[in-house]
Design a protein around this ligand. Sequence first.
Ligand SMILES: Nc1nc2c(c(=O)[nH]1)N[C@H]1C(S)=C(S)[C@@H](COP(=O)(O)OP(=O)(O)OC[C@H]3O[C@@H](n4cnc5c(=O)[nH]c(N)nc54)[C@H](O)[C@@H]3O)O[C@H]1N2
Ligand SMILES: Nc1nc2c(c(=O)[nH]1)N[C@H]1C(S)=C(S)[C@@H](COP(=O)(O)OP(=O)(O)OC[C@H]3O[C@@H](n4cnc5c(=O)[nH]c(N)nc54)[C@H](O)[C@@H]3O)O[C@H]1N2
Ligand code: SF4
Ligand SMILES: [Mo]
Length: 736
Amino acid sequence: MEKHYVVCPYCGAGCKFNLLVENGQVVGTEPLDGVTNQGELCLKGKYGFDFINDTKILTPRLYHPMIRRHKGDELKRVTWDEALDFATERLTQIKEKYGPDSIMLTGSSRGPGNEANYVMQKFTRACVGTNNIDNCARTCHGPSVIGLMDTLGSGAMSVSIPQMEEADCIFLFGYNPSVSHPIVASRIVKAKERGAKIIVADPRITESARIADIYMQIKNGCNVAFLNAFANILVNENLIDKEFIDAHTTGFDEWWNVIKKYTPESVEDVTGIDPETMRQAARMYAKADTSIVGWGMGVTQQVQGVKAVHTIAAIACITHQIARDHAGVAPVRGQNNVQGSCDMGMWPSLFPGYQKVADPKVRQKFEKAWSLSEGTLPGEEGFKLTDLPGGVKSGKIHAFYNFGEDPLQTEPDSADMRETLENLDLLISQDIFMTQTTALADIVLPGTSWGEHDGVFSASDRTFQRFTAAVPPKGECRHDWEIFSDLSTRMGYPMHYDNTKEIWDEMRSLCPNFYGATYEKMDGVGYAQWPIPTDDSNGTATMYLGGKFNTPDHKAILMAHEFVKPTEMPDTSYPLVLCTVREVGHYSCRSMTGNCSVLSMLADEPGLVTINPLDAEARGIKDGEIVYVSSRRGKVFSRASINDRVNKGSVYMTYQWWIGKCNMLTMHQVDPLSGTPEDKHSACQVTAIDDQIWAEKSVQSLYHDMKQALAQDAAPQDKVPALESAAVKEPVPAMV
Ligand SMILES: Nc1nc2c(c(=O)[nH]1)N[C@H]1C(S)=C(S)[C@@H](COP(=O)(O)OP(=O)(O)OC[C@H]3O[C@@H](n4cnc5c(=O)[nH]c(N)nc54)[C@H](O)[C@@H]3O)O[C@H]1N2
Ligand SMILES: Nc1nc2c(c(=O)[nH]1)N[C@H]1C(S)=C(S)[C@@H](COP(=O)(O)OP(=O)(O)OC[C@H]3O[C@@H](n4cnc5c(=O)[nH]c(N)nc54)[C@H](O)[C@@H]3O)O[C@H]1N2
Ligand code: SF4
Ligand SMILES: [Mo]
């Protein structure tokens, strides 16, 4: 049996393991002693591998390039030459007619790795000539990156994942690690066993809430009010470090001018938290020797996402629970390589290594390295991923190159997103599976999968780790970085690399903070944690040691904001809050987990809508029944899961499902400071369905039809047998 070391392609915990290969097929996994996982794996790491083998459980792998020459044509299998020549012709036409900024691209935070993303952003900037490049961090921890850069000077976790086990207090705010990052959750359990205090603030009673010393069941959408009150207690009870504030921060007086009004009593209506409980939590956090505050989508997918992050940073700074080992801020990044996409400059204002496109000196450096004449690289910030719908409507964006994302499943307001994608002059999709987005593409480019290529991923805590190919590429699939280099060359900007190491070495030569992260250092279970300017260590576990922040004067900037309510509050038509969260066994658009034999058995369509027993009873809904969930944007089937661990007045859906697609219901309303959608808060209604037999059949037939349509798109020449449709006696919700 062959063994090849990899880093997990699911969450950002960065677990290392071997892929076990027999007769050219991946047959299993074996945990390794990686720096973050130390021999442990969660169920996705253990069982999430066989999608590589093209199980066709959900959708087929893409094996060959395809194009549709004219809108409305069927996708047709073509050679690589035909596909890339067609892409060259269409992109060049659009660039000449509407300018380079009419083309938008997005990087992939999943399987491809840092090298492919580096090459894609180089193609975007040097060949297309635009900064319109982004990645799914926009819908995710974008507010953490921006909020922390504003206040501390760097957008990443200030501590490392292993340090979470060593802290004396862990405060989890809008973050559910037992589902999202099980190996981080296991470290939190170990910290608890060691005697650490756990504080949780979340509207749902999560697994972490069950082991918490203080659990606060906050109201949905109250974050800035809650954090302001928490900060208010810290100052009023003198739980702050005045010396640290004076020496290492600026703006305290203006900050306090806002915060001083927010006593816990004054916002109790908004937060739902008894002031005395909040006081105890504030004391616990501030008085512990070392505290880490961890947060997730409960903070960022809100209209005040960046503002909440500013306040969290301020709380850590005024208590000096930062800039020391085991004390700091932990926005634990979601996707396995979303930290990496940001590291590689898949961001409309940043080159690789967080170097600003607006800085002429930085542009000159990249122009020289990329053999461009001076003044060629654009200096204006490009479009964000969530600018796509507006950009297409206003005629500013004409082409979209989608690399390893599935916006039709994962962006809000799917009906509007479908219209956006259909109205583009050109949609290119480069994926490993036939996804809903790829099915709409004019050009489909099949990349090799994780397991079939080499590269480096960045874990959530800035740890670079290498992963290697276990099996050869399937069909005609090519490495993502080869596809970009070939296309760029055809478009007149030649690029050639022989392997990922060449790309990596070019990248680190241009990024001072990554320079010491050599391939040699990252062999096997080796790793490199940035900042790592030189080659003589494994890098930096704790940032800002001694209070030296990455701002121009090395001082943290304290920022405070007034609380504003979420955009769409419940009313008589839509009386419930819809909050969208995660499914433990499935991952994002589920193209990968849905094709794994073990994981696909854990949960299936139409997914669940979790509802409090009182809300279910008021609607005559029984546990396990199919129901309708509707909002101003649409109506879908889901299955009721009655559970008193969710608060009354709110329901929770996961975003993995096609039939029970919560993004049919969410709205395209974003945090103006980051462009991040307000996925955690919109208004909805849940209604019972009398005829359950009809509802079950409708779900099955819709699901079957979608699977069949995607299989047909992936292999237009193969006929897929039809299944008898359910008798439809009333129109079923429209699917997109
Ligand atoms: N199994 C699995 N794991 C995953 C993923 C997956 O799809 N499946 N996705 C990955 C990705 S991309 C990411 S970004 C991470 C995300 O990981 P998390 O950040 O844990 O994501 P969520 O579960 O969406 O939201 C976290 C919590 O926010 C709470 N919340 C909701 N509204 C509010 C509020 O107003 N205030 C506060 N304070 N809390 C609130 C929710 O109840 C939820 O428990 O997970 C990663 N891990
Ligand atoms: N309602 C709601 N919506 C949400 C969220 C929510 O909480 N609620 N969360 C948001 C968050 S935090 C995130 S991060 C986004 C995630 O949104 P996406 O990034 O769209 O989701 P993924 O499933 O990670 O998409 C990865 C795609 O890359 C493909 N892929 C994997 N490996 C490779 C490879 O090696 N090469 C190529 N070319 N393709 C590859 C996969 O098949 C898949 O189609 O979803 C967001 N959407
Ligand atoms: S915790 Fe995350 S990185 Fe680790 S095995 Fe599970 S999904 Fe993979
Ligand atoms: Mo994410």
